[in-house]
Design a protein around this ligand. Structure first.
Ligand SMILES: NCc1[nH]cc(CCC(=O)O)c1CC(=O)O
Length: 310
């Protein structure tokens, strides 16, 4: 270690900070370094500042990463810690994803204000979510619900729920676990009926591609199985759509040396859905996920994707 601390860049939400601190803790353990060897640097992103519109309206996933990636490229930080789910499929030139931490729980949960489960919600109840995937999946289960856009970090959403702005919301269990807040979850949703977003539950570390010293620092943190799952899910997403404008779910579930890969595309109203399930050796998963995505595109037909525009 040289004199200056190793700089870990992150957004400033409590979840983002918890994730950055997890990376720091793992680096301390892997390299026998004290806390002072690291500096966690908070970087504000457009996604954190714009709270009143759906992400799909204001430019998608890059919103949470652009300023952080600029800080990496500008050598103001050494690594950036992200939720893989928030990452666009294309990594900017000069950067690379060098480590994926062991995956947390991939499931979504329902959190109700006065009920514990989705099927207990009264007819027409208002439910908030900013995720087109969650909205579409929820519409399939409960077409009667009044779904509204619900942005903000996890704390903000829970406060809005408590204030009664909505009767329920959906969040990733991974985030709640990292915030020690899983107690608020009413119903844990099954991955078959409610498959996660590509990358959900996995923290990833981004760095300058040519920074070999940092690559060496990060190597012991990488969890190969999660890394392979994430590459497969991101390959599936890349074929279908690089942004978060569309309801797409993908989960490469480890089964021994293989993955059970489940991919799904939906129209935003949830009325139409196409899904694929394949079993594939982990080392072949990227190509198989890409093929599965192309097959889904063919199966759905061009008119399916008209509903995805805008
Ligand atoms: N879009 C925000 C976001 N990005 C990652 C997580 C959860 C943690 C994870 O998936 O690793 C969340 C909140 C949520 O969806 O509940």
């Amino acid at each position: 270690m040289t004199s200056r601390p190793f700089r870990i860049g992150t957004r400033g939400s409590r979840l983002a900070l918890a994730q950055a601190h997890e990376v720091r803790t793992r680096l301390m353990a892997a390299h026998g370094l004290p806390e002072e060897a690291f500096e966690v640097m908070v970087i504000s992103t457009a996604g954190d500042r714009i709270q009143d519109r759906a992400l799909s309206e204001v430019g998608g996933k890059g919103l949470f990463t652009k300023e952080i990636e600029e800080a990496l490229l500008g050598n103001q930080i050494d690594v950036a810690v992200h939720s893989s789910k928030d990452m666009a499929t294309a990594v900017p030139a000069g950067l690379s994803l060098s480590a994926f931490l062991p995956r947390e729980d991939v499931r979504d949960v329902f959190i109700g204000r006065r009920v514990r489960a989705i099927n207990e919600l009264p007819h027409g109840a208002r439910v908030g979510s900013a995720s087109l995937r969650r909205q579409a999946l929820l519409r399939r289960l409960r077409p009667d619900l009044d779904l509204v856009i619900f942005r903000g970090n996890v704390q903000t959403r829970l406060q809005k729920l408590e204030r009664g702005e909505v009767e329920g919301t959906l969040l990733a269990l991974a985030g709640l676990n990292r915030l020690d807040a899983a107690g608020v979850a009413g119903e844990i949703l099954d991955v078959a009926a409610f498959p996660p977003a590509p990358g959900q539950g996995a923290i990833c570390v981004e760095q300058r591609a040519a920074d070999e010293r940092t690559a060496e620092m990060m190597a012991p943190l990488d969890h190969p199985e999660t890394h392979r799952a994430l590459l497969a899910e991101r390959a599936f997403l890349a074929v279908l759509d690089g942004s978060c404008r569309t309801p797409i779910a993908a989960y490469a579930e480890p089964r021994g040396d293989a993955f059970r890969f489940h991919g799904m595309i939906l129209t935003p109203d949830g009325a139409r859905m196409h899904e694929t399930e394949i079993h594939v050796p982990q080392t072949d998963a990227v190509g198989a996920a890409r093929d599965a995505a192309h097959a889904l595109v063919a199966e759905a037909g061009p008119d399916f994707f008209v509903g995805w525009a805008g």
